[in-house]
Ligand binder design. Structure first.
Ligand code: FAD
Length: 498
């Protein structure tokens, strides 16, 4: 039986482990933390259950396809419901519930700008083409050769895919009103680049948002981690928690590999036929490998455009709030200015946009009775210095005041739980380059084959998965990343994919 070691139990690691186990491999997962999930871990305190990372469940078909591959359904593990409104948006002078129903959404668009309902149809028709070509074809490619694109409509349809126009222009072509433009540009913030630097291909995210919807697994996003962990365990994957990989060495002329790991300060050596490093790529490449085996040098990493980091606040409120949705976007300040502070000036933002998730609006299990569970998220540039508890507290004060003013809900005097998390924590917890939260930005120069390679160029049988390689950041892409890398392993070992 072939042996594989997966480093990291985030979404990409869990996915890769499950696929390899289904293919008959003996898989061991080494995870630095005490529980699986990586950036999607959870913590419990004072009766609250906080998801530490993702809160938007988009592209439900990707999750379904993953479980279906193993003869399961998402409903075997968790209960999903579509959120309505999908989210709420607060502008300076107006606030809107974004309805899940498409006709109602069109009416809302038309009420803001005459002709916008018909334009939304046109815009989404193109976005639908991009979504299906992107999700069903492009993202499943390992990004190892330009030839991968030769068998697809991609070359002839390259203009249709809008790879070379930016999404800002593309949206502006269809809509004039600043509210509608902000609304449609917002999903791109997940991709880690300014709308003007993001290929219009990514209007596929608008299709995902509007047509496929925002969903929620009852109990929280961690239910998905738990489901994948259970599935992997059922398939025979062995997990070693509190175990940190420290070094990867080739053995026996490179056909077997060895990982040196520490567990409760004890050093262990484990060998395998293949290693899938799903921990942050930069960390593995620059810290677990010796110079001669690295794929990339420090200059390469310095030139990369990182997706943002963020300031996170996990807040418990001692009362129920009025008129709040599960997801709220606060666009009451200048989107453009904040974007430049993240990507151009790389400075702490003056008046940032922020996002608030309140899962307890729909889910009583994540907060004690009569309380709200809140996450505040502010995207900030990766690599900023000066992250400190005092600075975080100053920002929180500002956010609270704006939240209170815009929503009419007072919260400052009702906080019963408070925890912050930011750049320094991403660095310590995940070995994240410059404390990034979402890996590499999806700019044109960092798409597909231009991303860090899933295969080591110097060490046979060493592979990479996760948000810094193909297809990119986000839960669905990371689940697909695990599949892509597992397929590559199976192919390289001359086996047939099961
Ligand atoms: C705050 C936040 C909000 C987000 N919101 C969304 C959202 O709403 N929707 C969405 O789709 N996506 C969202 N994302 C993105 C998504 O969560 C990530 O893209 C995805 O979880 C990354 O998975 P991964 O497997 O690449 O890496 P990770 O989750 O980082 O997993 C890597 C694992 O490797 C472990 N590790 C690191 N070094 C070692 C080592 N040396 N030895 C052993 N283990 C090691 C880490 O502990 C970690 O568990 C969000 C991310 C963040 C941070």
């Amino acid at each position: 039986m072939k042996k594989a070691i997966v480093i990291g139990a985030g979404f990409s690691g869990l996915s890769a482990a499950a696929y390899l186990a289904k293919n008959g491999w003996a898989v061991s997962v080494l995870e630095k933390h005490a529980l699986p999930g990586g950036r999607a871990r959870k913590f419990e305190s004072n009766g609250f259950t906080f998801d530490m990372g993702p809160s938007w469940y988009w592209m439900p078909e990707v999750f379904e396809a993953f479980f279906n591959h193993f003869g399961k359904k998402t409903s075997d593990y968790y209960h999903l419901s579509r959120l309505d409104p999908s989210y709420k948006v607060f502008f300076k002078e107006a606030q809107y519930n974004i309805p899940a129903n498409y006709l109602q959404l069109q009416q809302l668009f038309e009420s803001i700008e005459t002709g916008a309902a018909a334009n939304l149809d046109l815009f989404l028709k193109e976005a639908e083409y991009k979504y299906f070509t992107g999700i069903h074809k492009l993202v499943h490619k390992p990004g190892l050769s330009f030839l991968e694109l030769a068998d697809m409509q991609v070359i002839k349809g390259v203009l249709k895919l809008d790879v070379f126009t930016n999404i800002k222009k593309h949206i502006a072509k269809h809509f004039k009103h600043p509210y509608l433009r902000s609304l449609l540009e917002f999903p791109v913030l997940f991709l880690g680049a300014l709308p003007r630097n993001t290929p219009a291909l990514y209007s596929l995210m608008n299709y995902a948002d509007i047509k496929l919807g925002t969903w929620y697994p009852q109990g929280g996003m961690y239910q998905v981690v738990d489901a994948m962990y259970k599935l992997a365990t059922e398939l025979g994957v062995q997990f070693f928690f509190n175990t940190e990989a420290k070094k990867i060495n080739p053995l026996e002329h490179n056909s077997t590999l060895e990982v040196t790991a520490t567990r409760q300060e004890k050093v262990q050596r484990i060998n395998a036929h293949a290693i899938i490093a799903s921990a942050d790529y930069h960390h593995v490449d620059s810290e677990l490998l010796t110079d001669q085996y690295r794929n990339y040098n420090p200059k390469y990493w310095d030139r990369k455009t990182l997706a943002p980091s963020c300031l996170l606040y996990f807040i418990g409120i001692n009362k129920k709030l009025k008129n709040m949705a599960h997801h709220s976007l606060f666009f009451d300040t200048d989107f453009e200015k904040h974007g430049k502070e993240i990507y151009q000036y790389k400075s702490w933002p003056e008046d940032p946009l922020f996002y608030v998730s309140i899962p307890s609006v729909n889910d009583p299990t994540v907060a004690p009775q009569g309380c709200e569970n809140m996450l505040f998220l502010v995207p900030v540039a990766a690599g900023l210095t000066g992250d400190s508890e005092a600075l975080r507290n100053r920002y929180f004060d500002k956010l609270c005041s704006r939240f209170e003013q815009v929503t009419g809900n007072s919260i400052k005097n009702d906080i019963c739980f408070y925890r912050t998390y930011s750049i320094a924590d991403f660095t310590t917890d995940y070995h994240a380059l410059k404390g990034n939260a979402y890996g590499l930005a999806n700019t044109l120069r960092q798409t597909a084959i231009l991303k860090p390679s899933i295969k080591s160029k110097k060490m046979k049988n060493l592979y990479f998965a996760g948000q810094l390689t193909v297809p990119g950041p986000g839960v669905p892409p990371c689940i697909i990343s695990g599949e892509v890398v597992a397929k590559q392993v199976i192919k390289d070992f001359g086996e047939t994919w099961k």
